[in-house]
Design a protein around this ligand. Structure first.
Ligand code: NAD
Length: 388
């Protein structure tokens, strides 16, 4: 598999003129609906860059459990390890909620991240000017907010051992144990990506922990402080996760790059979705030593699955990150982002980002995908002109 370089800095591998393979794992619930639109846009933008994409579908999550009894078949992991990049929809749903933890759809996603050696989950969050009124937060608070969460993905409490649930004797109920574990190298490599990103953005980094309570967090803070010495040009501060959550809501413009552990990053980036207007707007990239996995931040949203109501923009913007970070097709990536902006400026809204104002056009998943796709050639030409 091709190495992905300089995660988060936008630098990648030039793939001009080549054929590339993308594994497509649509998953469950709204996963297939939003992934179909992301694939449409991905193919179009890559085609403009002269790159032929081979799309290889694979099973994951509930659909894999139904087809072959396990949430991550070996064939899917092999497919992803052999591809230039992977595009994923979402996994999970009520049909599989009763399964043992290791058999659930979400276990398939965790195993995929582990199997691909992914350790950094990059989640950009910005308030598009056209969507300031769609945020549950006050427009004057979110206008201009633009941050990125670097979430550690390969460790922490989602993977730590031991983890188990046991029945206590004498009717004492049950006892459940999860373990949070971090090592210095795990924190260092994530922190370095965050610092590099801060350097290429506005030069501010906030490290988020719970160092007043947790040993893992005390190690996290000490390690980030040590790494900070390598980046004297980056302004660093440290925040406790609880007060950071409040600050993200109260003053989101105060943040540039956040680096944090697996669980805190999971929670804070969903919270930060308020800034973008909806969870359906947020893309993500998961990177490691090689390859990349690109997926919207949201889950399978079973309540709206199969109804053409899901917002595909998080998935489409994930495809833009794939073009940038795994294929090195920067103009194509910019054309996708530009086309998303144009569609929003032209009033296209799925239900989750609709404010009900005049000038908005309420559309379904497929029509939003089409609106973006139609605007890609013009956005591509504009990017080309800007680069000349
Ligand atoms: P969710 O993200 O699926 O949904 C949360 C809320 O956001 C719901 O109201 C949903 O309707 C809405 N929403 C989400 N995506 C949307 C979109 N694209 N457009 C419009 N509205 C959207 O989270 P949940 O309800 O906590 O979990 C549902 C299932 O998804 C569970 O099985 C959970 O384990 C799984 N999940 C999977 C992932 C993943 O695959 N990466 C992430 C989170 C949750």
């Amino acid at each position: 598999m091709m190495a992905t370089t300089a995660a988060g800095s936008g630098a990648g591998i030039c793939a001009c003129g080549a054929a590339r393979t993308v594994a497509v794992l649509a998953g469950d619930g709204i996963g297939p609906e939003v992934t179909a639109q992301a694939v449409r846009v991905l193919q179009l933008a890559a085609g403009l860059a002269g790159v032929r994409l081979t799309l290889s579908p694979g099973l994951i999550g509930g659909q894999a459990i139904d087809a072959c009894g396990e949430p991550l078949p070996a064939a899917t992991l092999d497919l992803c390890l052999g591809a230039d990049a992977c595009l994923l929809g979402a996994v999970g749903g009520p049909a599989w909620d009763g399964l043992a933890p290791a058999r659930r759809p979400e276990a398939g996603l965790l195993a995929l991240r582990k199997g691909m050696g992914l350790y950094a989950n990059i989640r950009p969050v910005a308030c598009h000017p056209a969507l300031a009124a769609s945020s549950p937060l006050r427009p004057d608070l979110v206008a201009g907010a633009d941050l990125v969460v670097y979430r550690e993905l390969g460790g922490g409490i989602y993977y730590g051992q031991p983890r188990f649930t046991e029945t206590l004797p004498d009717g004492g109920g049950e006892r459940a144990v999860d373990t949070m574990v971090y090592t210095t190298p795990e924190i260092e490599r994530l922190a370095r990506l965050g610092f590099a990103a801060a350097r290429s953005r506005r030069g501010r980094l906030t490290s988020v922990d719970k160092a007043n309570v947790l040993d893992c967090s005390r190690l996290w803070r000490r390690t980030v402080q040590q790494v900070a010495a390598e980046y004297p040009d980056v302004h660093v501060d440290h925040a406790y996760v609880d007060s950071c959550a409040m600050a993200i809501v109260a003053a989101p413009r105060g943040f540039d790059v956040l680096v944090t552990g697996n669980m805190f990053g999971d929670i804070l980036s969903d919270l930060a979705a308020c800034i973008a207007g909806s969870l359906g707007m947020l893309p993500s990239a998961s990177l490691g030593e090689r390859g990349g996995l690109y997926e919207p931040v949201h889950g399978s949203a079973p309540g709206i699955a199969g109804q053409d109501r899901a917002n595909p923009l998080g998935a489409i913007l994930s495809a833009a990150m794939l073009l940038d970070l795994s294929l090195g097709l920067h103009q194509a990536a910019q054309a996708v982002r530009g086309a998303v902006s144009r569609a929003l400026e032209d009033g296209y809204r799925t239900a989750d980002i609709s404010s009900g104002r005049a000038g908005e056009r309420l559309v379904g998943t497929a029509e939003m995908g089409e609106a973006v796709a139609e605007r890609i050639p013009a956005a591509w030409n504009e990017m080309g002109r800007n680069q000349r």
